[in-house]
Design a binder for this molecule. Structure first.
Ligand code: PMP
Length: 461
């Protein structure tokens, strides 16, 4: 069979058997699928040999691009030992080493704080790390003898994953509304979305009034609130919505004041994305629970961690018959190959001084974002480190958005794709999330293609 025939066969089989996530399959069936066969550095190659710059790190996970030698080697080495054994009733070497390392890394900005995160609970994707966090927080209060704390507070525009618990604390209507009847009750606080403020105010004159709203909720309902979940610094899947400075620290203060556990969902922001190892560090916040996944294995293996404080962990200690056990655990929990990959990633951060190396690239990105604010149909630009969004609008003066059915973000993304750059938008927001180790030259190339695509597509209307 010729290569062309084999490629066509793959396309047909894909259409026949695969149901793609977050994808209208009717559209997919009408398009020619891009099928990736190889990756190298920050590029991915399709079966026809065309290379694309991976502008979103393969859905925000491949922080060191593809085929990073140290991670390849770590997995190969672990393969020669064991690929999987369970953490239910057993332990394994890479899971132990990773737990020690991550606790060291997470606490390195502020060591020996009385409320440091000290315990690691493993699972295997961002959504499950959130499920774990919610169940942990809920049960913590039960073990403390406080039975009324049964409700969570989350933010509008929040995204914490696709399992039912994670969707319950989500706030992106287009993804979450359909499941309304299945979801548990939550309180929703306004999104700290300055460009489209729910309260109709302007930052900084508003003095971060969204925090006052959060406090109102806490004040009225603290007796029933178990926890507050937040994506620190930037609501990612909700549209790369950056919160105003001080919001995160202010929210943490309110949690402490009203006796509410803070769950920081660092699934998207963790591992250097925002310019620091974890987004919470920007505002010196130590949450009670922290969720980690995505970049943790450099995009090699599914792995997630839910970190908790000593106080939370201790609440679960008791006699066997007390039934204080945390009844939760997945088949792939603490998978040794994934933990070996994660350990290799943490070593790369140290050896290659990754965080220091981000500064110039963040500057390049910020300069580009500011320039793009001048474009006719760019309403807002925002970023936290190397995590950025460009919000396209039909009318800049009125902030009138493009109708989502027009698929403006997608049209820009398709244009970029034709020009060798892979990006995936969020509605009208163009997302830029390249691997952290992208070269400055490739970053500039990525940004040039995106800018040209925005100009070309919005200019046609
Ligand atoms: N939390 C956040 C902040 C996320 O951005 C995501 C995924 N985009 C998740 C949780 C869910 O992670 P996963 O897709 O691995 O379940």
């Amino acid at each position: 069979m010729s290569i062309i025939d084999e490629n066509r066969r793959l396309e047909d089989i894909d259409r026949k058997f695969i149901w793609h996530p977050f994808t209208q399959m009717k559209d997919w069936l009408e398009e020619k699928p891009i099928i990736i066969s190889e990756g190298r550095d920050c590029f991915i190659k399709d079966i026809y040999g065309k290379w694309y710059l991976d502008g979103v790190s393969s859905l925000w996970v491949n922080i060191f691009g593809h085929r990073k030698k140290e991670i390849d080697d770590a997995i190969k080495e672990q393969l020669d030992k064991i690929s999987h054994s369970t953490l239910l009733g057993l332990s394994n070497v890479p899971a132990i080493k990773l737990a020690e390392k991550i606790i060291q890394v997470v606490n390195s900005p502020i060591t020996h704080h009385p409320s440091s995160l000290t315990k690691v609970f493993y699972s295997d994707n961002g959504s499950t790390s959130v499920e774990v966090a919610l169940k942990m927080a809920f049960q913590y209060w039960k073990h403390k003898g406080i039975n009324e704390k049964n409700v969570f507070v989350s933010l509008k525009n929040a995204y914490h994953g696709d399992t039912i618990g994670a969707v319950s604390v989500g706030g992106v209507d287009i993804f979450h509304e359909a499941f309304g009847p299945l979801l548990f009750k939550t309180f929703k606080a306004p999104s700290p979305y300055c460009y489209r403020c729910d309260l109709g105010k302007e930052h900084p004159d508003c003095k971060t009034a969204c925090l006052d709203k959060l406090e109102e909720l806490f004040r009225e309902h603290s007796e029933e609130i178990a926890g507050f979940i937040i994506e620190p610094l930037i609501q990612a899947a909700g549209g790369m919505i950056t919160s105003p400075p001080g919001y995160l620290a202010g929210a943490k203060e309110l949690c402490s004041k009203y006796g509410i556990l803070m769950i920081a969902d660092e699934v998207a922001t963790g591992f250097g994305r925002t310019g620091k190892m974890f987004a919470c560090e920007h505002e010196n916040v130590i949450p009670d629970i922290m969720c980690l996944s995505k970049g943790i294995t450099g995009g090699y293996m599914p792995l997630a961690l839910t970190l908790a404080t000593e106080d939370i962990y201790n609440a679960f200690l008791g006699e066997f018959r007390d039934l204080k056990t945390f009844f939760h655990g997945h088949s792939y929990t603490g998978n040794p190959l994934a933990c070996a990959a994660a350990l290799a990633c943490l070593e790369i951060f140290e050896k290659e001084k990754v965080l220091e190396g981000l500064k110039n690239k963040i500057e390049i990105l910020e300069e580009w974002l500011n320039e793009n604010l001048n474009l006719r149909n760019v309403g807002d630009v925002r970023n936290a480190g190397l995590m950025a969004g460009v919000e396209l609008v039909r009318d800049k003066n009125t902030k009138e958005p493009y109708d989502w059915k027009e698929k403006m973000g997608w049209r820009v993304a398709y244009h970029a794709r034709d020009n060798g750059v892979f990006i995936r938008p969020l509605g009208n927001v163009i997302v830029i999330m390249p691997p952290l180790n992208i070269s400055e030259q490739n970053l500039r190339r990525l940004l040039t293609v995106i800018k040209d695509s925005i100009i070309e597509i919005t200019g046609r209307l």
